[in-house]
Design a protein around this ligand. Sequence first.
Ligand code: SF4
Length: 312
Amino acid sequence: MMNIMNAEKHYNTLSNYYQWKYGKKVYKIALNGGFTCPNIDGTVARGGCTFCSFMGSGDFAGNKHEPLIKQFEMQKIMMENKWQNGLYIAYFQANTNTHAPLSKLKTLFEEAITLNPKIVMLSIATRPDSLPEDVLDYLAELNTRVPVQIELGLQTIHQQTSDLINRAHDLKCFDDAVAKLRMRHIEVIVHIINGLHHETKTMMVDTIKHINTLDIQGIKIHMLHLMQKTKMGHDYVQNPWHLLTLEEYVDITVEQILWLRKDVIIHRLTGDAPSHMLIAPHWTKKKFVVINEIDKRLRMLNLYQGAYNEVS
Ligand code: SF4
């Protein structure tokens, strides 16, 4: 990959990457296939991750009761108000989008890739414990027709935190899932959360150091935001604890970027909750401020993504 970092952005931004790869703006259309989650429905556990909203972490996804084409067209119109002449990624975001019989997955995914000729990729968010061999093999075949990207939740490498937030899978399960996807040449994007209860800066940086050892292509770094109708939000209202300040988040995230391998694309650097559902912290609503502060810090340090990784 050519160097897409520049004097303004000292890390690989997704928009620069797509501009380099496709020569155009590429945006995701979040589709809702009406999936559930094995961590909610009792397949592996009940209750779900304690931060997860009743929308299954797809708070901006389409309406599952609408046909995919209608969901797609409605969001496309909104996107086209902002950018014309872009390309699209069909994105199954809410809940666990491989948690269904293979026949249902085939029906949905085959429909999704034909919703519009300008769809250049299929992106599927799922859990590492929801990728059985038959699904993996189908995704590998699909990946030969249209690029398939799997967004895989990890959140943290630390088992005690993972237990606390009820992830209901361990690190080995995640590492194995990455290996199986990469054996099939499927792109992997990892999700992590900064600011989980009791995690120190060192622990969060260690999550990045572990990710560096895996063959992943992208990362989404989220700030923990507490939402209404979640277990964690409820616990916080009953008994608040210290949440990261903007300054602390910037300090930790900049350190993570400096450790992150140079080839990894950063898809996201903040959290994203619908305003009316957010309990705290309120600074997460100002996404531009968060990104600006991170950019400013990196420019001040005059360091680029991967700088610490290279000298270690
Ligand atoms: S795995 Fe995803 S959808 Fe399921 S409970 Fe956790 S965050 Fe929500």
